[in-house]
Design a protein around this ligand. Sequence first.
Ligand code: SIN
Length: 537
Amino acid sequence: MTSDFLVIGSGIAGLSFAIRAARHGSVVVLTKGAAIDSNTAWAQGGLASVLPEGLRDEGDSVELHIADTLDAGAGLCKEDVVRTIVTEGAATVDDLLGYGVDFDKEGDHFALGKEGGHSKRRILHARDTTGREIAESLIEVARRTPNLTLLENHFSIDLITTGKLGSVTEDRVLGAYVLEKESGEVKIFRSDRVLLATGGCGKVYLYTTNPDSSTGDGVAMAWRAGASVANMEFIQFHPTCFYNPAATGPEARSFLVSEAVRGEGGILINSRGEDFTRKVDPRGSLAPRDIVARAIDREIKRTGAACVYLDVTHKPAGFMRERFPFIYEKLRSYGLDCEKQPIPVVPAAHYQCGGVLTDVNGKTTIRGLYAIGEVASTGLHGANRLASNSLLEGNVTARRALDDILHHYQVQRHADEAPDIPEWHHGDVTAPDELVVIYHNWDELRRLMWDYVSIVRTDNRLRRAATRLRNLKKEVREFYWGHRVTADILELRNLVAVASLVVDCAIRRRESRGLHHTLDYRGTDERFLRETVLRRF
Ligand code: SIN
């Protein structure tokens, strides 16, 4: 299949791009599960943007939003990128309203929420299911957009580049090998303009707020194709994931209690009812996430407790039910009435702040290959993402990537000039017989990353993780080459690759900054006031 644009991923970034790109040529969007299975759809809090004068919180300004983003990023944000993306927030709001997104209102005005690190109320939201509202609206528009083909259950295995086919004079993208999950066949999708929008890698960790689809596929593919990757040490842990040892199933373990709950007055307390985050930061429960997650981690380790609590019992009766109906009902389904009892919470892996190295337009180091959204490292987030900046980034960079592509690459078919791409050969391999190998390695990897590479790190733990990952990688590689590809093998292969990138970046940063906190190097060190870039060649 040949198309002018090939988009991998169906969250806000991929679909915002695809819908616009379809005005200029044919677009194929591939997603490995159902279109709604994106990280976007799981976003609760909302989208940060300073609205025009008269509609914004008193005293708020684009400059203030920029300052908050830079402050959260702990010195590593690229200021020009922050400025561009934050300034284009108003266009994003218009764009999403145009797609039918229904943000909450108070009277005639948009209701604005607050989250950690924001000095003003500037989070647009749709109750506590903002991501779902955005994802459903975009999917609906995408499905009726002419020139756009949305293919579900299509798992992209690897990018095809001229470099991989042996060219030493140029490296440009040609398309991707893709597993059609239903038939088990591997097909070639050709395009000179490939956009990665595959989201993050939360599943690298044992505990995560992310959906099962977050297996780092885009970063792993781009890395194998030779693209540079940056800042993977900065994995954001969300402070408040519902803790319920009795609840079973992945959904229960990864249930997020939005930071917006703290924005509306929720307070983190320990089992003695003490507001322990105040001791660490005057902003208390609403300090930036890295600070709050570390304070929780410390409190749990100090007291030996299994969790801390998010207390909203002081809010008026009915408040939670009305403002956070999804969270309220979900907690009820686990037997907890949050209007009467504090919510047990623990931190969990939430967001990948680094990724495929790009400029503010999503351009990677491989010609024709773009990456936007969580998969990319544009420099917006630096060492720690400011809450609700990611939906904003996904949509802004989608517009910018398309403009950049249209500027650099004429939209015309290159089929005649394109080199032959060899068909995928399954070879003599057999169908996987011992699935236990996959599940065992999957569990080992996620436990290993949780124990050695999470909120607080040390050199020793990182080195240990690196050694174990080398063995895992070898085993997974043998399994991959010896068996027919399946979605499970592909995800495991990507998880191991991405985990190694996280560890490699973490080992290189010999300081504590933002989300990378190590007991061996207390505080920041000017020598590391730069991004960590891993280059393949
Ligand atoms: C939340 O609702 O707490 C998540 C918002 C975000 O991660 O940006």
